[in-house]
Structures are given as C-alpha cells and as structure tokens.
Design a protein around this ligand. Structure first.
Ligand code: TYD
Length: 216
C-alpha cells in the first residue's frame, strides 16, 4: 500500500467538511493524487445505511444496532473505496472514520469503547489512518452554524447538548492517547487560520510521500 490516509473528525458543525475541501484543493494544486470520501456513506450500500442512520424517522434504533450499522457501512467503504485508492497511491481524505464511532457511540451513547474498537478494527480490516485531525469546536457555535445553514437537523444532530458535549470531550480523550497520529485543531478561529494548521499537519505526514515516487 503506497498512499496516505488522513481523517477529519469533530462534532457536528465543526467546519470539518469545509476544511477537508480546502485541504483537497491545496494538495491537488501541489500535484498529489487526492481521493475525497466520507462516512457513513461513500458507497452505494453505505449511502443506504446512512439513510437508515440519519433519518429522524428511525427513532427506535438501539445503540448496539446503530454501532453495527456504522461499522457495516465502514467495512464496505474500506473494501470498496479506501483500500483501492491507497493501493493506487492516492492521498485519501476521509470525512469521519472509526474515531467517530468511539466518540459518538462510545462516549456519547455510553457503549464500551474497547468493544467498539474491536468491532471497527475488524470492519476496517486493521486499517489505521496516518493522521487524524480533530477539529475542536465549542458545541454552541456548532449548533449555531447548523441552525443557520437552514437544512433539517438529522437524528444524531437532534441529540441533547449533553450528548454532544460528551462526544467533544470523547474526541479530546482519544487524541490524548496518541499525540503522534492525532492533532487537535482549534476550529473556533477564522477558516484561513484553521486551514494553515491543517496544511502544516498534513504536510508533515506527506513529506516522506512527496520525496518518494508516488507523486502524480
Ligand atoms: P453527517 O451529515 O455526515 O454529519 P457531519 O457533516 O457533521 O459529519 O452525519 C454523520 C453523523 O453520524 C454525525 O452526526 C456523526 C454520526 N456518526 C456516528 O455517530 N458514528 C460514526 O461512526 C460516524 C461515521 C458518524
């Protein structure tokens, strides 16, 4: 496998999707072959699972079923999209991955984090990102942004403030376990400043890559 796998994480409304797009443009401009993708989804099967997971109509979904559905979408996504792109030598930028399950289903819903790690490592065939960017954003601002965006709030976004606060601190706890692979980025700043920090972190990981022979 010759590509690099970079994941963006953070609470809803943290601005990670905007930042992912900016990094993709930056890296493409520098000549890197980039593949952008997201979870849950990224595949035909995954998009169906996404609909089940996010539609507020399915309020009866129990935490264990929710966790396995995210893991199922992930298994499909890794096999069908992420691994092939990495094998082709691409830089894969993924909007959410295993840490979202640990933060939302683990810290948020109170499921055992160790069990979720086992299930998801199996689902991902042991694939671990080279870099996880945690966009840290205060809940109030995140919800303000979502409310202003005018779109409907999904099943997970509709959870109480306390849930999202547990998710946010969960991400920080996960980051503190491994400072080499995780970078916490303060996302309560102007988009340009946040982008600069992300570029710096990504370039550290990609340095070895760009001096190799994988570059487009
Ligand atoms: P999405 O609309 O992609 O949210 P965002 O744009 O904030 O990433 O919806 C994904 C939702 O699913 C989001 O609320 C986080 C949640 N989620 C989990 O609870 N567990 C997971 O493993 C993943 C990937 C997402």
């Amino acid at each position: 496998m010759t590509g690099k796998f970079i994941v963006f994480e953070g609470i809803d409304g943290s601005g990670k999707t905007t930042q992912l797009k900016l990094l993709a443009e930056h890296l493409t401009g520098r000549g890197f072959p980039v593949r952008v993708t997201r979870e849950p989804g990224g595949t035909r099967v995954g998009e169906q699972i996404r609909e089940l997971l996010l539609n507020p109509q399915y309020s009866e979904l129990v935490p264990m079923a929710e966790a396995f559905l995210y893991a199922a979408a992930r298994a499909q996504h890794v096999a069908q999209v992420i691994l092939p792109a990495l094998t082709e030598g691409k830089v894969v930028l993924c909007d959410r991955f295993i840490d979202s399950s640990l933060a939302y289903q683990g810290f948020g819903r109170g499921m055992e984090v160790g069990l979720l790690e086992q299930v998801n490592l199996a689902a991902a065939g042991g694939l671990v990102p080279e870099l996880v960017l945690i966009l840290d954003f205060c809940r109030e601002h995140g919800m303000d942004r979502l409310n202003r965006s005018g779109r409907e709030i999904d099943r997970i976004e509709g959870e109480a403030g306390a849930f999202h606060r547990r998710v946010r601190s969960g991400f920080l706890t996960l980051a503190a376990r491994d400072s080499r692979r995780y970078r916490v980025i303060n996302a309560c700043r102007p988009v340009g400043q946040v982008h600069q920090d992300i570029v710096k972190a990504a370039e550290e990981v990609l340095n070895a890559f760009s001096t190799g022979n994988n570059r487009a």
